[in-house]
Ligand binder design. Sequence first.
Ligand SMILES: Nc1ncnc2c1ncn2[C@@H]1O[C@H](COP(=O)(O)OP(=O)(O)O)[C@@H](O)[C@H]1O
Ligand SMILES: [Mg+2]
Length: 606
Amino acid sequence: MANDLQRALRFFRPDRARIAFVFTLMLVNIALNLLKPWPLALIVDSVLGDKPVPAWIGSWAGGDCKSCLLIVFSLLTLGLHLLQGALGAWQNFLAIGVGLRGLQRVRNDVFACLQRLSLKFHHGAKSGDLIYRAAWDTFSFQTLFQQGLMTTASATCSLLLMVVVMWQLNLLLTLVALATVPLVVAAIKFFGKKMTERGAAAQQADSAVTSLVQQNIAALPLIQSYTREASEEEKFTAQTASAQEKRLAQHGWELIYWLAITAAFGLGTAAIVYLGATQVLGGKLTVGALLIFLAYLAQLYEPLNQLSHVGATLASARAGVKRVFEILDSHEEVKEAPNARRVQSSKFKVQSSKLSDSAVLTVDGAIRFENVSFRYQQEREILGGISFELKPGESAAIIGPSGVGKTTLMNLLPRFYDPTGGAVRLDGADLRELKLKDLREQIAVVLQEPILLPTTIAENIACGKPGATRDDIEAAARAANADAFIRKLPQGYDTQVGEGAARLSVGEKQRLNLARAFLKDAPILLLDEPTSALDAESEALVVASLNDLMKGRTVLMVAHRLSTIRRVTKIIVLENGRLAEMGSHEELLARGGYYTRVASGQVSLD
Ligand SMILES: Nc1ncnc2c1ncn2[C@@H]1O[C@H](COP(=O)(O)OP(=O)(O)O)[C@@H](O)[C@H]1O
Ligand SMILES: [Mg+2]
C-alpha cells in the first residue's frame, strides 16, 4: 500500500533537483507569509503608540521621524505582499510543472506497456477500462505529488512555524488559539465525510446523465422509429432532477461546513480579543502583538483544512495509482530471448540494408510446425499435435469449422502467442530464438477485418515500410487495385482516414491493407479470410491483386472460396483442434473426408 505510493513517487525522481528548489522556495514563502503582519504591528506600536522602535530598525529608518517610519513600514507591507505573491506563484508553477512531467512519464510508460503486451492480455481486458486507466487514473500520480506531497509539506511547515512564533509572543494566547483547533478538526472530520459522500452521490448522478445521453444517441434510430421520444425524455428528466437534488445537497453541506468553521473562528477570535485586550490593558502585551495573533489565527485554519483532506486525497490517489500499476505489472507473455538472433530475407526487399554477421538468420521462407499445441486457458486445449511443413514459395490453406483454431494457428507465426507445446520454425530456427522485430518484418498480414490507423492514406500504406517514397506507395496501391479510388478522394493520398474523415468501404479498406502488404514485400504472407467480408464486386478486385501478392511468397491462409483454395499447394483440414487431413485438392478429394464434403458443397466454409 505505502509501497505503491513510494513507487509512484519514483516517477518524479528525474526532477529531484527541481523538487529540492521548490521546497526551498516553499520555506521562504512560508517565512514571508508569517512576516506579513509585522510591519502593521510596528506601525501600531511605534508610530501610533509610544513604544520605541527596535534599535536596528530605528537606525536604519531615520530614528524618531514618525512619518518616515510610517512610509517605511507601509512600503515594507507592500514589498512583503508582492514578494510573497510572486514567490508563491513561481513555486506553484514549478510544482505543477513537476507534477505534469511525472504524469507524462507515467502515461508514456503505460502506453509503451500496452503496446508490448500480447494480444492474449488485450483479449482478456476491456478496452474501455484500459483507456480509463491510461487517460484518467494516471492523473492520480500528479495528484499524489501536488496534493499528497507538496500541499501536505507546506501546510505542516506553516502550521508548525506559526505555532512557534505565537508561542514566543504569548503563551496564554497561543493555548487559547490551539484550544479551538480540536473544534475545527471535529468540524472538518464530521462535515468532510458528509461532503465526500454527497459529492460521490452527485458525481454518480451526473455520470448517469452523461451515459443516458450517450446511450440514447446510440439508440436514436430505434427511439425514433418506435416514436419513444416522449418516454425517453421523461426518463431523462427524472435523471437530471435527481442529479440536481444531489448537487444541491452537496453544496448545502458545504455551506453548513463553512458556517461551522466560521463559528469556531469567531469563538477563537472573540476569546483572543477579550483575553488579549485584557493583557494589553494590564501592560503585558502590545497592541501590535495582539494584531499579529489575530492575523495568525485567521490563517491557522487553512493549513488545518488542507491537512484534513490529505487522507481522502491519498486514498483516492492510491486507488488510481494501483490500477495503473496493474497494467505496468502485467508481464509480457511473448518475450524476446536475451541473445536473440537477427533475421533478414534472402530475396525480398523488406529491409533496406543487408546484415553481414554470421549469426544472422537469412530467411527463404520455409515454415515448419512441429507437434504444436496451444491453449488460451489451462482447461481447454485449442490445438494439439499439429505438424506440417511449407517450403519457400509454397502456399497452404487452412480450413475447418468456425472456432476450430484457424486464426489461432496463424497467430503463432508472428508470435502474437507462443505455442504451449512443440515449436514453430522459420528456416529451421525456433521462432523464440529470433529477434521479435526482425521476425515480424518477414511477415505481412492481411486480416478479415481491415485495420487502419487514424492518419493519411499514404501513411497507412507506408506503415508496412517506414521511409517508403511516394512512388513506392503509389506503386503498391496500383498493385492492390487501390490507386483509382484513392485518387478520387478529396485529398488523394493525403486524405485522413478514421472517424469524421473519409469513410471507406470494407472493400476499399481491404485494398489499402493489401497495398501495405505489397509495399512491405516480405517473404511470408498470412491471410485470414481477407475476402469474406466483401461484396462480390470488390471481392473480384481484391482477389485479382491477392493472386499477384502471393507470387513467390510462402503463404498461410484461411480462405472460404473454393477457387482460392484449389490454387494452393497444400490444404490443411483442422477438426477438433487436430490436423485431420492434409494434401492437394486432388489428394483430399480422393480421401472422401471433410474436404470432399466441402468441395461438393455439403459443408460451407465460414
Ligand atoms: N483470446 C482468446 N482467449 C480465449 N479463447 C480464445 C481466444 N481467441 C479465440 N479463442 C477460442 O479459441 C478457439 C479458436 O478460435 P479461432 O482460432 O479464432 O477459430 P477460427 O479462426 O477457426 O474460427 C475458439 O473456441 C475461440 O473461442
Ligand atoms: Mg478466424
